[in-house]
Design a protein around this ligand. Sequence first.
Ligand SMILES: Cc1cc2nc3c(=O)[nH]c(=O)nc-3n(C[C@H](O)[C@H](O)[C@H](O)COP(=O)(O)OP(=O)(O)OC[C@H]3O[C@@H](n4cnc5c(N)ncnc54)[C@H](O)[C@@H]3O)c2cc1C
Length: 526
Amino acid sequence: MERLAQPRCHDLAVIGGGATGLGVALDAAARGLSVVLLESHDFAGGTSSRATKLVHGGVRYLAQGNLSLVREALHERATLLRNAPHLAQPLAFVMPAYRWWEVPFYGVGLKAYDALAGAAGLGRTEFLGRAQALQALPTLRGEGLKGGVRYWDGQFDDARLAVALARTAARAGALVLNHCEVTGLVHEAGRVAGLQARDRETGRQFQVQAACVVNATGVWVDTLRQCDGAATGRPVRPMVAPSQGVHLVVDAEFLPGRQALLVPRTADGRVLFAVPWLGKLILGTTDTPRDDLPREPRAQAAEVDFILSEIGRYLVRPPTREDVRSQWVGLRPLVRPDRNDGAATRAISREHTVQVSPSGLVTVTGGKWTTYRAMAEDVLAECAAHGLLDAERVNAKEGVTTNLRLVGAEAGAPATDLSQAPGLHLYGAEAAAVRALPGADRALGGGLTEAMVRFAARQEYARTVEDVLARRSRLLFLDARRAASLAGEVAALLRQETGVDPREADFRALAEGYLPAAAGPAATGA
Ligand SMILES: Cc1cc2nc3c(=O)[nH]c(=O)nc-3n(C[C@H](O)[C@H](O)[C@H](O)COP(=O)(O)OP(=O)(O)OC[C@H]3O[C@@H](n4cnc5c(N)ncnc54)[C@H](O)[C@@H]3O)c2cc1C
């Protein structure tokens, strides 16, 4: 906060600490630019902690024939797995076939997926006979099963990866702050020249100057765009049409083992996954348009029932609402078709959009976690092309993040095993540093130790019980009731470490919303 208060003009100010903003901050800092990043809540507190946790090329884009998009995502998949092996790993997916034509039909498409990956491939697609499919997924419904196809993608821990990006950016010199909200933009002579911010812990206000300001606030980008438009007297049309995706978490015994199940076509024509993750099984997701932007969206009863019934058709023991340990909802920032509001909008072929407003505010939204690094490169190229950053400095170190290992992934760091319950394996090269802290042998439950809470506060920017139990540990997402039961102990440790109120009561209320209604309709509100 003292660094933020210093009177200086940064090269770049990034607003929003999700995958997109953190990727931009890291890329810019690694190229030697002076960078500040402000996140109003916590890193990955928005959509970026609520993904299906797949590092993927996007099988569905293949079906649409969008080969360049898939090829690039497959390349980014390999890059991410290489640069954060403590948080991301390859994962086998089995697509079961109950009709004779499904094995060759899907198999041929997935062979093309392998071909597009080329040297970045993670494993060969295989056609499975009935017995092999059942061996891979022992709880798969056997009746009518003809066989299956096994292909490879990746999976990761999204929130911990976000924190690793923040810390790697800080190591490269960026000033990254969470719980610090951008409340407005500063304009000089009709151009964006900085921003106003407020520390949400103390209420202290800051004015920050920057040559270039990037709005990476996910589904919330339109708020700052409206601010920009109002200051310059130009009307701004909304860019984002949000859609929500629900995930449910059940015990791993519903699909034991290390391979995921892919349902190739649901009743509404999408794919659905059952993915082993941190000792549990994630089921999801849905795609339901909404017209509001709550911080904590809730699942609709129909969405919960849809996931349970679609997955249930494939398993010998279908999960019920009573089996759900946690449910969470993320908002997709889908970009509306082109608006004509005078801004230079580039709906780049791969889902994300970078827009530079007439006043120079750069907005980036859309895309996916897997391609955050490529998106960051596009944003910096666009900033340079518009003269907002020094093109020579930006271009001199183009591609610098391709081989940049993230904090915790230093050479020799052990690879993770994300099918296992949470533990020290998620800390990579830093496991020894965690073990050296007080309380290393004091387990609090759910894979969390006293030392991990201390490490979260000292090294990982955790300030609140929610930061620790939702995103440094993922217990809220794995088992909401268990997470609530640890709130008191985590709060006491955080108070010792930080001296500030860790907002225990807020967390208990939040955890209620991650518990599904046992019977009757699930909550629909925000
Ligand atoms: C259901 C679902 C499943 C998905 N699954 C996958 C997947 O498996 N694999 C994959 O690759 N991608 C997946 N995605 C896509 C991926 O999660 C998103 O593309 C990505 O997380 C978006 O990141 P973001 O940084 O743009 O947005 P966010 O993560 O929402 O970040 C924006 C941040 O801006 C902050 N902010 C807002 N206003 C302000 C302000 N005024 N001041 C400061 N900060 C502010 C917010 O607090 C937030 O943290 C999924 C998305 C959804 C919705």
